[in-house]
Write a new protein. Structure first.
Length: 255
């Protein structure tokens, strides 16, 4: 009886070793390309997941250099450069902010390229979320790495517009140079307006993009484009008000 039990256990052990599983958090490319719609939810969740590593340095990079916080003494953390107004190219916190942002842009763009628009309102709504995430990310990046919109946006440099993973990243990687601030803002507006058009499903959670989120972000973008108090750009200021009114009049939110 003991020998039989040992043989059964050994057989089970050898059988378990033959289990072939895809690593958690990854998808096989063949399954994605053969039926991309079936993988859409997982792909979209992976795009949202980039916000986790991006949001921490994003908040710190903005708040630490302002007057909203203070620190006693000094620190060896790379974030201390934000407080001391020093910037070095190898600051890993800024690298995290940049890399996570462009990973999100690449993933959102790849979904947009992979899945055809117009198959169903549900799919289109999820594509709209991709447009929202990409437009939002470009907006944050251009404000971090470009000058304000009212300062010569046609000539001042913004950020590179790289909508998707290049076809050959090993042997022939060819990335574009930085676009102007104006060109980057045009990309932001195009994406967010597309998101407003496509998103029809309200997932009922603030962690997902919605049509009203796109409208609120558009209001903020136009606000940043509207100049200064001394030299306002009335057209953009009014558009900021118009999009804010859309959110208010939706009846979905209250103070």
């Amino acid at each position: 009886m003991k020998k039989i039990l040992f043989i059964l256990l050994a057989s089970a052990s050898f059988t378990a070793c033959k289990v072939d599983r895809t690593p958690y958090g990854s998808l096989e490319s063949e399954s994605i390309t053969s039926n991309p719609e079936a993988s859409l939810d997982a792909l979209l969740n992976g795009t949202y997941a980039q916000l986790k590593s991006w949001s921490d340095p994003m908040h710190r990079a903005g708040e630490y250099a302002g007057d909203n916080m203070m620190i006693r003494g000094s620190s060896t953390d790379a974030f201390y450069e934000f407080i001391s107004y020093a910037r070095t190219p190898n600051n890993y916190r800024l690298t995290q902010f940049w890399d996570s942002g462009y990973k999100l842009i690449a993933q959102a763009s790849n979904i947009i390229k992979l899945i055809e628009e117009g198959k169903s309102p549900e799919i289109d709504s999820k594509l709209g979320e991709c447009y929202y995430l990409r437009g939002m990310m470009y907006f944050y990046l251009v404000r971090a790495y470009g000058k304000p919109y009212y300062q010569s946006p046609e000539t001042n440099l913004g950020v590179p517009i790289v909508n998707g993973t290049p076809d050959d990243v090993v042997n022939n990687l060819n990335l574009p140079d930085r676009s102007t601030v104006k060109e980057t803002y045009e990309q932001v507006l195009s994406d967010l307006k597309k998101a407003e058009e496509l998103i029809t499903t309200d997932k009922g959670s603030a962690i997902f993009a919605s049509r009203e989120a796109a409208q609120a972000m558009l209001s903020r973008v136009y606000l940043y484009m509207s100049g200064t108090y001394a030299n306002p750009i009335a057209e953009y200021a009014q558009l900021s008000v118009d999009y804010a009114d859309k959110v208010i009049q939706s009846g979905k939110y209250s103070l």
